[in-house]
Design a protein around this ligand. Sequence first.
Ligand SMILES: [Zn+2]
Ligand SMILES: [Zn+2]
Length: 158
Amino acid sequence: MQCITCGEPVGLRVSAKGYSDEEITRMEIFDDALRSKSWDDYRRRFDAKRTEEEHRIKAEWNRQYEHYRQTDEWKHKRSKVILRAQGLCEACRDRPATQAHHTTYAHVGREFLFELVAVCEPCHRSMHASIHSRFLKDLFHTAMVFCSTGNESQEGGR
Ligand SMILES: [Zn+2]
Ligand SMILES: [Zn+2]
């Protein structure tokens, strides 16, 4: 027998209660389309939920990242990176560096200084305009960790 709600085979376990004779007769003919429609509906709901969850995590990431960028800890790191570059943008070596760019988001909040480069605003802007998708993937995975631990260093014993 096939459940006419979810399309799955249910053996003889389905209760006749709440179904008409006509519906029970229909359950005896296995309808593959009903089953795959039910799976499609499930997949659609699952995808929608996952997309919603991704948006939520990204929004939370942005919120925490903006907060982190205002901290003295970040400002201190940025000034060390700019000092290391003798105050010049490491991308063009023409203009003064005013910002620090993450070459990876793997350790946001507890960056190693070699993961940061000193850049000027125009170079930084063009860098982000052409950022690699691998970089964004990296960001998304870190976002989940970063958002759940905040920007405190949490090494987890490693
Ligand atoms: Zn530059
Ligand atoms: Zn950047």
